[in-house]
Design a protein around this ligand. Sequence first.
Ligand code: AHR
Length: 511
Amino acid sequence: MIKRTILAISLAACGSAFAQVAVTIDTAKPGPVINKNIYGQFAEHLGTGIYEGMWVGPESPIPNTKGWRNDVIGALKELHVPLVRWPGGCFADEYHWKDGIGPRDKRPVKVNTNWGGVEENNAVGTHEFFDLAELLGAEVYVNGNLGTGSNQEMSEWVEYMTSDSKSTLAELRRKNGRDKPWKLDYFAIGNEAWGCGGNMTPEHYANLYKNAAAFVRTPPNAKPKFVASGGHDNDIRWSDVLSKQIKQNIDGISFHYYTIPTGKWEVKGAATGFKEDQWASTMKNTLAMDKLIRQNTALMDKNDPQKKIGLYVDEWGTWYDVEPGTNAGFLYQQNSLRDAVVAALNFNIFHAHAERVRMTNIAQMVNVLQAMILTDKNRMILTPTYHAFRMYVPFQDATALPVAIKNNGKYSVGSVSVPQVSASAARGKDGKVYLALVNTNPNKAVDVTVNVTGMGAGKAVGQVLTAAAMDAHNTFASPEAVKPAPFAAQANGGKLTVQLPAKSVVVTSVE
Ligand code: AHR
């Protein structure tokens, strides 16, 4: 009720300022399938992302299944999480998989040197991770340790996971409670080799990759997709060197890009309580993802014209200053309406590049960076980003449809200027046409006329996510301050007009 009132006020306040934007969806020219793994997640051993946030252990009074929180798993299932990347991140290059198997009370305690210097008791290891994936119905993306590990260690881990033989490692897996091999969908060799993964050049890494990938063998029917660790931000040379030099045992090259309001790592900007200049710079910085993907894919198109190798944006999302009073190494941040708009803008960008971008992983799933869920002991709240992911579920494995936007306005603050409307459309697996619209302008609503070639658009039915404040967010005291509201629009005189509120995300079927 409150939500509807807010929406009505916002629309009324901006009623006189509506500009007319025209969106045309071309159903006659279906594009590539939007791989469901574009909606992938990332869970690292970092802060309370896994421990507390998801894993509480089987003995916990918090209701759980095999140690994983029932409330969190239940909420994540609503997102149809297609894929989870684990165990890092930077953590992956210091993770030794044998520390995380066997009786939990006998596992070694290590120091998580990357993230807060806290103790890592290895309670979550390979078996527990596959339990999580099974509970979610998600594919698995395991990141191997190239940094402090070895080819032998990676090769043995993969054998442990995938072998159906009577080898000592397969028998060890059985002794530890898993008879049949698991399906390992993706395996990465190292992470951020240019930074925490070893400060390498792409040329050096390409050789190490080729060497390692040659020894990570599986039964022929159990081969995972292999991922090379690529570049980040403006450092796109990695995509060039890796796609040129690695011609075997490679299915994807990763790319990392985080949205930082100020664009500066030293002072990134706050998750809430920011001014409009930081709303605008966040929009601008996140929209840079489009240019970066174009630059990376242009290099890959040159070296891999048959598009055998995917560009996997396996870390993306907002990165703010940590919440005051929290461990700086835990990367805990609030999540506001701004984050939902950021997520939706990125989804629209990923859809537009679906031919090459076949996987992305938002960083990260729970309690870390741009999270879906925040927890506090036995309580949890869903973030605005969660709602954006939920609204976009019909785009998973949908077929992209070309979208043209005419008369798009600009949203400007000072020297920062971005397009006001972002749009994406697809034909869902259910046969319906879906349209996603984002209004980046926090002050002005916009009227969007929608024309679907090949069919008369009669109505739009879906959901809208918006709020009164730019930094509106959910808290444990007020867990539903930001949540989607029903959305509908009817055609008038053969014309469908969608009223897009200021700072909003709308996902609707067009019928
Ligand atoms: O997502 C947090 C960290 O960001 C990851 O561990 C690392 O790969 C990146 O620098």
